[in-house]
Design a protein around this ligand. Structure first.
Ligand SMILES: *Cc1c(COP(=O)(O)O)cnc(C)c1O
Ligand SMILES: [Zn+2]
Length: 420
């Protein structure tokens, strides 16, 4: 894959378009705009097509020409290509005709979509020669950095708000990483990480390696298009923390059109947040592009609790450009969303999944998503990672003695049970 170098050409400022070398940098020196990976799309159009992609292994790396590394991936080669499942029972429950779940609760190896971004960031970190990798995280990113760094033999430090869910903390500690709990909200963790990155020269996947990290999210969009038999859904509902995933699914859909893999077609991307930390959704509803920080997020949806979202402005632009909308929902609605997804689609998602389902329901009921158009819900993390959020909210097992008589007394009022 020596030609790979020329597919991924530069980093480029999203504001002024200035080009930068492909190093561990993330901000434009002139206007502080974020840097983003740029590609030679004409060249890519000549090199890939549907048949070539389909002939490759079923991982996110089947789209490697559109991912920002120079050589072969060396971390997370098995990540991605999670199931896209049609969910007819949930569709009936939501009152829509064509509904799919992009199920990243089963992403390899740490059961969230963050394995996609980490696979790219750590492969690039190795190309750039980093020995120590690190991140600021609301939980899932820490899990994925810890696991993938362990597998690759890299030293890792993960910095998290100290009050995260137990499973998210254990889910980092188990890999032998250095877990630093910060007494503060995510924004404070992130600020500290920027200082450390500058001083220690580590590869912070979502600070100085952010342009590479962020591109990994595109693979979710590429997969959705391919798994819908090379078509885009009319509506994609996406949970937002920093807003990066939403902007990158938008970018992925556009890139497939740009390189001729898909014909031009219209689509909308919609964003979902929890009301206890919904700076992007608030700005969208107020029709402003100024994202007002939330200093003290207050929600059970810790994975999305970023008060100052780095890509909030660009997420708003993506929704506006595609005719999409943002919504937010209460913690009670999140729990109902988790239960609906489990009871009607058989998928156990973490709190962010509940946000996506609950906000989709609101967008449908308000007419922002028409009932007869295709919809994909991006379900981004597994329910076993945030069990405390629903503990005691879905009943308790009924306890009996090991006796047939007690069992029969228990089932005799269940109309589905017929004695043989
Ligand atoms: C990180 C995360 C997101 C979205 O993150 P962005 O910062 O908006 O890209 C969504 N769901 C889960 C479960 C996450 O961990
Ligand atoms: Zn610039």
């Amino acid at each position: 894959m020596s030609e790979q170098k020329t597919f991924f050409s530069n980093l480029k400022c999203r504001e002024c378009g200035r080009l930068y070398p492909k190093e561990a940098i993330h901000i434009c020196e002139f206007d502080f705009g974020p840097l983003e990976a740029a590609y030679d799309y004409d060249l890519i159009a000549k090199h890939i097509n549907r048949d070539i992609i389909q002939s490759r292994p079923q991982t996110m790396w089947r789209y490697r020409e559109l991912l920002p590394i120079d050589g072969d991936p060396t971390v997370g080669f098995q990540v991605g290509f999670t199931p896209l499942v049609r969910a007819d029972r949930l569709a009936r429950q939501l009152g829509v005709e064509e509904l799919y779940i992009k199920n990243d609760t089963v992403n390899y190896p740490t059961l969230s979509f963050k394995d996609r971004v980490v696979s790219v960031a750590l492969s690039r970190a190795r190309e750039l020669g980093f020995q120590v990798v690190a991140c600021a995280s609301t939980g899932n990113l820490a899990n994925s950095v810890a696991a993938n760094a362990a597998a690759a033999g890299l030293t890792s430090y993960v910095l998290i708000p100290a009050n995260l869910e137990k499973s998210k903390i254990v889910g980092s500690l188990v890999y032998g990483t250095h877990v630093i709990g910060i007494e503060g909200a995510y924004d404070q963790v992130n600020r500290l990480c920027s200082e450390i990155a500058g001083k220690y020269g580590w590869g912070f996947v979502n600070v100085n390696l952010r342009p590479y990290y962020a591109e990994g999210s595109k693979s979710m969009g590429f997969e959705i298009a391919e798994q819908l038999d090379w078509k885009l859904p009319k509506h994609t509902v996406i949970p937002m923390a920093s807003g990066s995933l939403l902007t990158k699914i938008h970018k992925a859909y556009n890139e497939f059109i740009k390189v001729g893999i898909l014909p031009d077609q219209s689509f909308s991307v919609h964003g979902a947040q929890a009301s206890g930390c919904s700076p992007i959704s608030e700005a969208h509803k107020k029709k402003t592009d100024i994202v007002k920080p939330v200093p003290n997020p207050n929600t059970i949806v810790k994975s999305l609790a970023i008060g100052t979202p780095a890509d909030g402005y660009y997420a708003l632009r993506s929704m506006e450009q595609t005719g999409g909308s943002a919504e937010d929902c209460t913690d009670e609605e999140v729990i109902q969303g988790i239960r609906d997804l489990a009871e009607y689609a058989g998928v156990f998602a973490e709190t962010a999944g509940g946000v996506t389902v609950a906000c989709a329901r609101k967008l449908i009921n308000s007419g922002k998503i028409p009932r007869n158009e295709s919809i994909v819900l991006c379900i981004t993390g597994h329910g076993l990672k945030t069990q405390e959020a629903i503990h005691g909210q879905c009943g308790e097992p009924r306890i009996i003695k090991p006796s047939l008589r007690e069992f029969e007394a228990l089932v005799k009022n269940d109309p589905a049970i017929q004695p043989a």
